[in-house]
Ligand binder design. Structure first.
Ligand code: MOS
Length: 729
């Protein structure tokens, strides 16, 4: 059989994307389209005394102005469950700067923009806070929409501290950050009678379908959500947002399709962000380097109306074998939009603290950082007390160290120099859970020879189209077309939490096998087939034909078999979800990241010169797309370490620099060549294909590795991200 799974194939949608043929949401051609422009609050706290839309309503081209008074809440959005009962009393309160207040709909975008600028709002301002100081702080009982407890303990922290020969007790902080996908969020809402179609920038077509149906109080089956291509999501397109609600309501008002595209500046308040964190972390260890205690307390900031925690302890609980542990969270309410999932929520921020502290401990104990990690390697999941379904972390350390040349590292601080520059080498571990959701896939084989494989999953830019095509093509032995991004297709999970490959690939595999086996059975039972009365296990497939392995001259084709049976097509739908046995295992991907930095001490500038990342992430379906994902993830990590930070103006209560030129992200010149390797893993427990999570894994650990390298180079430990020049001077 032709091996296609695993091959480093080009993206099947690559050509469409680079030639502009791929229709992203805002590009979908829709007849009779109108344009919506959203207007927002200009204060951080208070209430609306008066909203005057009269000048906007009579501006040229304007069809209507819809305000929050005519919509369900634009603030408290029911992301998952049924909505809070809507009060008929409209909420005139302003909770944060940039809060959506309504939409102007006009014949052209320019007319809508002009009209939106004519809306006059009179506010009564109230005191606000955008920092934790002075905010209400509380300990949430549960976090992440109730799926994780707000406090996790094992053993006894106080006795763990008492057993320690050395303690590292430090505070690590990470700033507010924004996702900034290249493609801003957009919606085109189209009503036909009672049915709503949304062309939507979303990581979750079915989740959006459920949420908008619940907000509008209409049956789910009346809503169709389409999202064929996505220019990045990173978490900010995971949940229903108010611009989508506004587009849907606006379209109902003007009885025409309405398109709303958020501006780059609106992207800073309309789709969530990563909260800043303050993490108090204590590690205690014996002088041999055995951890006796881990205590991780994370404070993050949320809005006045939702409880969203940045779960910094997500990896802390399972990363190292340590008998005494406490992880807990504190939340402060401030005048912002609600934070959300962003690129390894919890793992990226929390592992900055944990993997920095491990480095501090290694220096204190004078033990090599890799050796310290090996001495505390978790042979089973120390929290769930379950064996790992697979774990190659030791191989990742070893292979990474080898490629990087770690044995040449002089552990003495400031000892490695390259002329004018101080050189530092640092490393850190990476991990991310592998979650498997329920996914359905339909395979349709046509008598024409065409094959369509369909699932209501998403491709957020990572390569879903490509890897799913590879799986189905290999099993069926002929080229297939993979379709996704339409809520009318069989259901699949949201493309978040790095869940897609591990959830959808086994379903594609299962459905393709079922379809192939149906065809084989039809041939075996067909007296007109050369394969009549053959054994199914003796039959193989290639190029749209099935043949007897022992005697390849005995063959038949999908097309002929279907035609002889008078069938236009054959259709099979299969569903797959996590197996009961898989619940007996802890499922995580792991990795190790090594970096070399060069520091210009006079300017405080840090340049990442080299980077080696080695990952154990299950079966790799396509080395090329997988490598690209890792390169992207490490690039995020470099941005997180050295550049990214959203700045709040505390005097105005608003974000400053809400654009792509003031919010610093790495450009090509900031990124070194990266050596990316995967440790081959055969995980029989995660799913039938052995695929694990990869999406968010590679950002994890990078900021710590860089901070550790900066310390090695300079002797300065920076515990506050990003590591900007001022902190090194
Ligand atoms: Mo990811 S932050 O779950 O899109």
């Amino acid at each position: 059989m032709n091996k296609i799974i695993g091959k480093p194939l080009d993206r099947v949608d690559g050509r469409l994307k680079v030639t502009g043929e791929a229709s992203y949401t805002a590009d979908v051609p829709i007849e009779n389209l109108t344009y919506g422009v959203i207007f927002q609050s200009a204060i951080a706290s208070g209430k609306i005394i008066q909203i005057d839309t009269s000048a906007a309503a009579i501006a040229p081209g304007v069809l209507d102005v819809v305000t929050y008074q005519q919509t369900p809440s634009l603030v408290k959005i029911p992301f998952f469950g049924p909505p809070q009962p809507q009060s008929t009393e409209k909420d005139h309160n302003i909770y944060y700067d940039g809060q959506h207040l309504g939409v102007v709909i006009a014949q052209t975008l320019e007319q809508a923009e002009t009209a939106a600028s004519k809306i006059k709002i009179i506010y009564e301002e109230a005191p606000y806070t955008v920092t934790a100081a002075g905010a209400e702080i509380f300990e949430p009982e549960s976090i992440f929409f109730g799926i994780m407890p707000g406090k996790i303990t094992r053993g006894d922290v106080e006795s763990g501290k008492a057993q320690a020969d050395v303690l590292v007790e430090q505070v690590y902080t990470t700033p507010m950050e924004h996702h900034n996908p290249l493609e801003p969020s957009a919606t085109i809402a189209v009503w036909e009678g009672d049915n709503l179609t949304l062309y939507e920038t979303t990581q979750g077509i079915s989740a959006t379908q459920r949420a908008i149906a619940s907000v509008l109080n209409i049956p789910q089956e009346n809503v169709r959500v389409i999202s064929k291509y996505l220019g990045g999501g990173f978490g900010c397109k995971a949940l229903l947002r108010s611009h989508t609600i506004l587009a849907a309501i606006a379209s109902r008002h003007v009885k025409r399709p309405v398109k709303v595209v958020l501006t780059r500046s609106q992207m800073y308040t309309a789709c969530g962000h990563r909260s800043q964190t303050e993490q108090h972390l204590t590690l205690g260890a014996t002088k041999e380097g055995k951890l006796t205690v881990i205590n991780h307390i994370g404070t993050s900031l949320t809005s006045l109306f939702d409880d969203f925690v940045e779960p910094v302890g997500a990896a802390t609980t399972m990363m190292y074998a340590c008998p005494n542990l406490e992880v807990k969270y504190r939340l402060a309410r401030i005048n912002t939009a609600t934070p959300t999932f962003m690129r390894g929520p919890g793992e990226a921020t929390g592992m900055f603290a944990l993997e920095s502290a491990m480095d501090e401990l290694a220096h204190t104990l004078n033990i090599d950082p890799i050796e310290l990690r090996l001495r505390n390697h978790a042979d089973i999941d120390p929290h769930k007390e379950l064996p790992w379904s697979s774990k190659s972390l030791k191989e990742c350390y070893q292979k990474g160290a080898e490629i990087f040349g770690w044995s040449q590292r002089n552990p003495v601080l400031r000892s490695m120099q390259d002329g004018y520059f101080l050189i530092g080498w640092g490393m850190a571990s990476a991990t991310f859970p592998t979650n498997v959701g329920t996914a359905s896939v339909k395979v349709e084989i046509f008598a024409s020879g065409e094959v369509k494989v369909r699932s209501g999953t998403q491709d957020i830019g990572t390569g879903t189209y490509t890897v799913m095509t590879q799986i189905a093509s290999e099993v069926l032995g002929l080229p297939v077309q993979f379709e996704l991004g339409d809520s009318n297709l069989p259901k699949a999970p949201i493309a978040g939490n790095s869940i897609t490959v591990a959830s959808v690939s086994p379903a594609v595999h299962k459905a393709a096998i079922a379809a192939r086996d149906r065809i084989i059975q039809m041939a075996i039972k067909d007296a007109n087939s050369l394969l009549y009365e053959s054994q199914a296990e003796d039959i193989s497939v290639e190029s749209g034909q099935i043949f007897l392995k022992q005697d390849p001259s005995k063959r038949d084709s999908y097309t002929d078999i279907l035609r002889r049976h008078g069938l236009e097509s054959l259709e099979v739908t299969e569903e797959s979800s996590a197996s009961p046995e898989s619940k007996e295992y802890a499922k995580h991907s792991f990795g190790a990241i090594f970096v070399e930095v060069a520091v210009d001490e006079l300017l405080g500038e840090v340049k990442v010169r080299r980077c080696v990342g080695v990952y154990g992430a299950g079966r790799i379906l396509n080395f090329k797309t997988a490598r690209s994902q890792v390169v992207g993830g490490i690039t995020w990590g470099i941005g997180m370490a050295l550049m990214e930070k959203t700045v709040m103006d505390i005097n105005q209560g608003r974000i400053v620099g809400a654009n792509l030129s003031d919010y610093l992200i790495p450009v090509h010149a900031d990124i070194p060549n990266m050596e990316v390797q995967f440790v081959e893993e055969h995980d029989p427990f995660v799913n039938a294909l052995g695929t694990k999570s990869l999406g968010e894994l590679p950002i994890v650990g990078v900021a710590a590795a860089i901070s550790n390298a900066v310390y090695h180079a300079t002797g300065k430990r920076i515990r506050d991200l990003p590591i900007t020049p001022d902190k090194l001077l």
